[in-house]
Design a protein around this ligand. Structure first.
Ligand code: HEC
Length: 137
């Protein structure tokens, strides 16, 4: 999904412009006359599941973005830092996570990150690391 879209724009894009969901719908939409109740129910369930999955994925991306936004003051928007500060964008996911965990458990001394990293679970740090690794440098 292209960057910088609001949620309504993203859904319009998904359903109507590019339309992978719409295409799926068209392909599996049978002739109504030949459809049994069972088939109709299955088709609706499949459509509802797809919708729920796409909404769930969207919510999860937004959650990571909120966490990552807390890093922007120091590491730049989406981890693209100003000169003189440490950038996070496009770096190796595992290395970022290792650093964050090292801050968290006190292995790596720090001025601030040892405190910040304690505010997240290991799983959240992994998601944050993956988010920054996926950003363009
Ligand atoms: C208040 C400023 C500040 C904020 C906010 C901040 N950092 Fe940092 N970050 C630092 C500083 C300073 C360092 C260098 C280590 C230290 O002294 O704490 C650092 C180091 C790091 C490093 C190690 C990078 C390297 O190359 O060694 C990572 C990874 C990192 N930060 C990730 C994050 C993440 C993820 C967030 C948001 C959850 C975040 N930081 C929020 C200031 C900040």
């Amino acid at each position: 999904m292209p960057e910088g879209r609001t949620a309504p724009q993203a859904y319009r894009y998904l359903f109507f412009e590019e339309g992978p969901l719409l295409q799926f719908w068209v392909r599996f939409h049978p002739n109504p006359q030949s459809e049994t109740t069972m088939q109709r129910t299955t088709r609706w369930l499949a459509a509802a599941t797809l919708l729920a999955l796409s909404a769930g994925a969207h919510a999860q991306v937004n959650q990571v973005r909120v966490w990552a936004a807390a890093c922007a003051n120091c590491h730049g928007t989406d981890g693209r830092a100003e000169p003189g500060m440490i950038g996070l964008a496009g770096r190796n996911k595992d290395e970022l996570l290792q650093q964050l965990l090292a801050f968290k458990n006190g292995q790596r001394p720090a001025t601030i990150m040892h405190q910040l990293s304690k505010g997240y679970s290991d799983e959240q740090l992994a998601q944050i690391a993956a988010y920054f690794a996926a950003q363009k440098k």
